[in-house]
Design a protein around this ligand. Structure first.
Ligand SMILES: [Zn+2]
Length: 137
């Protein structure tokens, strides 16, 4: 995990503005139905209570972005899938959004870069000459 960006300050500011009545509840508890569905089926449950309704526990949803992802850019991935991708993909950024499935509160919590960090090799897998003889022969 590298290039970590923490959004907790922005989150706290949003919650403070909500508490002061500067921001209507409908502006912060506006999770898109798609995001709510993603939280339900692909999200990672946490034990942290929702800061708005305090009735439900928050769910984390991870979006993945990167040139190396091609058509999968912007997809939602479960944590176990991120572990696999980390070994296969050079570099991609993960945005973790917390979602309350009760009141639809949602906020970006953190983003970070994953990936094995090695530039993709252009000429395929490297093999010794003996390997080629035995494998292809
Ligand atoms: Zn809530």
């Amino acid at each position: 995990m590298r290039s970590v960006v923490d959004y907790s300050l922005a989150r706290r500011a949003t919650l403070a503005a909500l508490a002061r009545g500067q921001v209507p509840l409908s502006d912060v508890c506006d999770a898109h139905p798609y995001l709510l569905r993603a939280a339900k089926y692909h999200g990672e449950p946490t034990t942290e209570p929702c800061p708005v309704c305090r009735k439900e526990s928050l769910t984390h949803v991870s979006y993945t972005y990167g040139d190396a992802l091609g058509p999968y850019n912007g997809r939602i991935k479960a944590t176990r899938e991120l572990d696999e991708m980390e070994h296969e993909i050079h570099e991609f950024r993960v945005y973790v959004v917390e979602v309350c499935q009760g009141c639809a509160w949602n906020h970006l919590t953190v983003s970070f870069v994953l990936g094995h960090g090695q530039a993709p090799r252009s000429n395929g897998r490297r093999r010794s000459r003996t390997d080629q003889l035995t494998a292809d022969g």
